[in-house]
Each structure stands twice: as structure tokens, then as C-alpha cells.
Design a protein around this ligand. Structure first.
Ligand code: SAM
Length: 293
């Protein structure tokens, strides 16, 4: 436990899928003026350097954010029109960087913080003893800091205590490291409790799409949880390669419970572009499925 540091994976293809979907969810929910509570159950450090430290050990951003930027720049040079939502995602990443080069990659806490309106609140959970200190320092520098609460606690057991939020409008991002195989079981239990208390909330669950049994079974388990509470869902996966040995993460997915009606069409437009941009070879592909309760 606690060997996982998100800096190793910052700006990877998996971060792109997760943060792209996250931004769409927040933007949709903000179409109404009512206050929103955003919960990030597994926050990490908040923002990451891509030019030194852990990120330089794995260089996952090379196959992620840097690859996407290169692809988009090529599209611009060819005079092709750009997908607006991918441009919007890239703008949020660029805005954390003052010098033009992408040296910093914002994690979900920063992305969510930057999107807060004055009436919104953000709740962050982080358990790692070092990450929580870095997260606190990073968040303290944001103009939105007063709208943000940080909990050094196990979010699987504490999430239910925040639900339903006072305004009854909320989005929960659940992004475990799955370092502990038990996370799959804890996730299922936490989702059952969360839907019991706040059935109308929007829940976005990230997972690594691996051949390991727990990971392969996760989407079906989430479908059952959603069905028990008669909830709609959307399931998306993005695979960038299909090499025989899973030495590095080749695919990841998001399972969204109570997705906005706009998400499926949005992903149907953007996933072919993201797959083309981030795909390492011809085995790159995406999956997009949904169910309306
Ligand atoms: N959501 C972040 C982002 O997109 O930028 C990345 C988070 S990373 C995948 C998962 C984080 O969850 C790690 O920093 C880990 O220390 C933390 N964590 C692991 N188990 C936890 C738990 N039970 N409660 C809260 N945080 C936990």
C-alpha cells in the first residue's frame, strides 16, 4: 500500500480520457445555476511536473498529452477543423502553463477547482501521507481554495457521509489506484451505499482495462449496481495498443452512472479523434455503450 504515486502516470492517455469526460460532466451540470458539489474521492497531488521527478521516470505523457498536442498541431497545419471539446480540454491544460510549453499537468483536483463557479464546492479525499501534504500546498495557492475541503481519509468509507449534498446536485469522481485488489470490492460497496443515499447524483468511475479478472469484471459489476437502483449508465473504453504483455497500461475505461444525455453523442464525435491521436498501432480502438433506465 502507498507505493502508488500518480505523478508516474500524469498526462497519460488514461488521464486524457478521464479528464476529458470529467470536464464534459461538470460543464453539463453547470448549465443550471444551482450550486453543485463536486467530490473527488481519490485526489492525488493536484498538479504534476512533467519535466522532472516521477513523471520523467515513466514518460507516460509522451504517449498521452504530448502525443495529442502533436496530433492537433498537425491537424491545424493541414487546415482541418478541430473538435471544440478537445480544444477546450487542451486549453485547460495549457492554462496551467505560463511559458507556452506544457511542463505542468493538472490532475482532477485542479481541473475541477478551475471549473468551480462561486456557488459550487469541491471535496477532495487523499490517503497517502506524502500526497496529502503536496495536495494541501498546491490547493492553498488557488484562488478557489476557500471553496475546497480536503480530507485525509479513506474515501470508500467516508463518501456516504457527504451524500446527498445540500443542494442535491452533485458529481462524484471515483478514481482509485487499484493498488490494493480489494479496491474493486470497496468500490462496489461504496457505490451501493452512495446510490442508496443519493440516487440522482452523477458518478464517474475510472478503471484500468486489464486482463486481470477484477478489472475485466468491473463494468458488469457496475451495471448490476446501477440496475439495482434503476439508474442509466454509459460505459467507455479507450485502447491505445494491444501488445501481448501488459507492461504498461494499454487501455482504460470510465463507467458513468446517471450520465448527461449529451455525453454519448459527444464521445461518439471525439473518441475516433482521440483513438487516432493516441493509438500506438492499428489495434487502437474504443468502446462506447449505454443503457437508459
Ligand atoms: N484523481 C487523480 C487525477 O485524476 O489527477 C489521480 C488519483 S490516483 C489514480 C489515486 C489516488 O488515490 C492516489 O494518490 C492514492 O494515494 C489515493 N488513495 C488510494 N486509496 C485511497 C482511499 N481509500 N481514499 C482516498 N484516497 C486514496
Amino acid at each position: 500500500m502507498f507505493s502508488y504515486r500518480h505523478a508516474f502516470h500524469a498526462g497519460s492517455h488514461a488521464d486524457i480520457l478521464k479528464h476529458y469526460v470529467l470536464i464534459h460532466l461538470v460543464k453539463y451540470l453547470q448549465e443550471k445555476p444551482g450550486a453543485l458539489t463536486l467530490v473527488d474521492t481519490h485526489a492525488g497531488a493536484g498538479i504534476y511536473s512533467l519535466i522532472d521527478g516521477f513523471a520523467k521516470v515513466s514518460n507516460e505523457a509522451d504517449g498521452g498529452i504530448y502525443r495529442l498536442i502533436q496530433f492537433i498541431e498537425k491537424q491545424i497545419s493541414l487546415g482541418h477543423s478541430l473538435n471544440e471539446d478537445i480544444t477546450h480540454y487542451l486549453d485547460l491544460i495549457r492554462n496551467e502553463n505560463t511559458q507556452g510549453n506544457i511542463e505542468l499537468y493538472p490532475g482532477s483536483p485542479f481541473i475541477l477547482a478551475r471549473l468551480l463557479r462561486p456557488q459550487d464546492r469541491l471535496k477532495l479525499f487523499e490517503l497517502h501521507p506524502k500526497e496529502i501534504d503536496i495536495l494541501r500546498q498546491n490547493i492553498a495557492q488557488l484562488p478557489q481554495a476557500k471553496q475546497i475541503d480536503i480530507y485525509a481519509a479513506d474515501s470508500f468509507s467516508r463518501l456516504k457521509g457527504l451524500l446527498p449534498p445540500p443542494s442535491r446536485r452533485g458529481l462524484v469522481l471515483i478514481d482509485p489506484s487499484y493498488e490494493d485488489k480489494q479496491d474493486y470490492r470497496y468500490l462496489e460497496a461504496a457505490m451501493g451505499e452512495a446510490l442508496q443515499r443519493f440516487a440522482t447524483g452523477c458518478y464517474a468511475i475510472w478503471y484500468p482495462a486489464l486482463s486481470r479478472r477484477e478489472s475485466a469484471e468491473l463494468p458488469d459489476r457496475m451495471k448490476k449496481v446501477a440496475a439495482n437502483h434503476m439508474r442509466s449508465w454509459l460505459h467507455v473504453e479507450l485502447r491505445v495498443e494491444h501488445a501481448p504483455k501488459e507492461r504498461r497500461l494499454q487501455a482504460s475505461g470510465m463507467f458513468i452512472i446517471n450520465p448527461p444525455w449529451t455525453l454519448e453523442k459527444n464521445l461518439a464525435d471525439s473518441l475516433p479523434i482521440l483513438t487516432q491521436a493516441l493509438g500506438q498501432d492499428s489495434s487502437a480502438e474504443f468502446l462506447l455503450k449505454s443503457f437508459e433506465a
